[in-house]
Design a protein around this ligand. Structure first.
Ligand code: PAF
Length: 287
């Protein structure tokens, strides 16, 4: 595996990978890799001749008071894990290479960005969209692979890629991969390593309570009281607060008052200790 930090070297290396019409899949990450990320790499390998992974802790998607400085950066470990998975090229630029002096452009994806994490983390999705657009332009992949754990992020990136023709002619080549979970159901996340042992044990209540709420909703119980009960269960189970627990159309992310004929998604963000966890799960449409 080759590791590059300069754009001219990246372009040369990508051109070499593309020789003889070979395809390239991009797996963008912020590092601190866990099995969820490695599953993305495996999904990319199944679909393309070569996998390019990026590691860049993107400052523009962190708000004030968030964990940018504390965000884990175990580059040597990450690099070894990617190499073991057969990644061809690691793109690991410095902040100054991504955001040179005078950088003044930002991409805002209206609609899908506005609720949920967009409401509780103002500017977050502008930062994500901008950096992902840059990564797409730098690598020019045939496809890119993201985790479904960040469901809203996936919707934002799909919208942006379609609107700006970033993957043309492969309009559907933003691949979403199902969330990888720990044995007790907690979604894997680089931020799980911040949890104290007590909080880590209590965190497993998030997927458990979400599944209970989904069973009730699919069973026809009223949505708003069910979501309120989910929030109460999380707070009484050790979570400090719930940013949101809501039901939305899976594609447009419009909030739903009742189940319709389209796939829906239960989306939750909640804080435990000083760590903010997010999760989402499918809800079957009404029959
Ligand atoms: O999901 C992430 O790790 C980041 O938001 C991404 C897509 C790599 C952009 O910085």
């Amino acid at each position: 595996m080759q590791t590059v930090a300069k754009l001219d070297l990246l372009r040369k290396s990508i051109a070499a990978l593309r020789k003889d019409g070979k395809t390239v899949a991009l797996v963008p990450t912020m590092g601190a890799l866990h099995d969820g990320h490695l599953t993305l790499v495996r999904a990319a390998k199944e679909r393309a001749d070569h996998v390019v992974a990026s590691i860049f802790v993107n400052p523009t998607q962190f708000g004030e008071g968030e964990d940018l400085d504390a965000y884990p950066r175990p580059l040597a470990e990450d690099s070894a894990a990617l190499k073991a998975e057969g990644v061809a090229l690691l793109w690991a630029p410095e902040v100054a290479a991504m955001y040179p002096e005078g950088f003044a452009t930002s991409i805002a994806v209206e609609g899908v960005s506005s609720g949920f994490c967009g409401a509780s983390r103002p500017g977050h999705f502008d930062g994500v969209a901008t950096v992902v657009c840059k990564l797409f332009n730098q690598v020019r992949p045939d496809m890119a692979v993201f985790g479904e754990k960040d469901w809203q992020q996936l919707a934002v990136i799909r919208r942006m890629a379609r609107d700006l023709n970033l993957m043309q002619p492969f309009a559907d080549d933003i691949v979403g991969v199902e969330t990888v979970r720990e044995a007790d159901g907690l979604a894997m996340s680089s931020r799980n390593r911040y949890l104290s042992p007590e909080d880590r044990a209590a965190a497993a209540k998030l997927p458990r309570e979400m599944r209970e709420a989904i069973a009730r909703i699919e069973d026809g119980q009223d949505i708003r009281p069910t979501l309120a009960a989910l929030e109460d269960a999380l707070v009484s189970g050790g979570f400090a607060s719930v940013d949101y627990a809501d039901l939305a159309d899976a594609a447009s992310l419009e909030r739903l008052g009742e189940l319709g004929k389209n796939p829906a998604r239960l989306l939750v963000a909640a804080r435990i200790g000083s760590t903010r966890l997010i999760d989402n799960m499918a809800v079957r449409p009404a029959s």
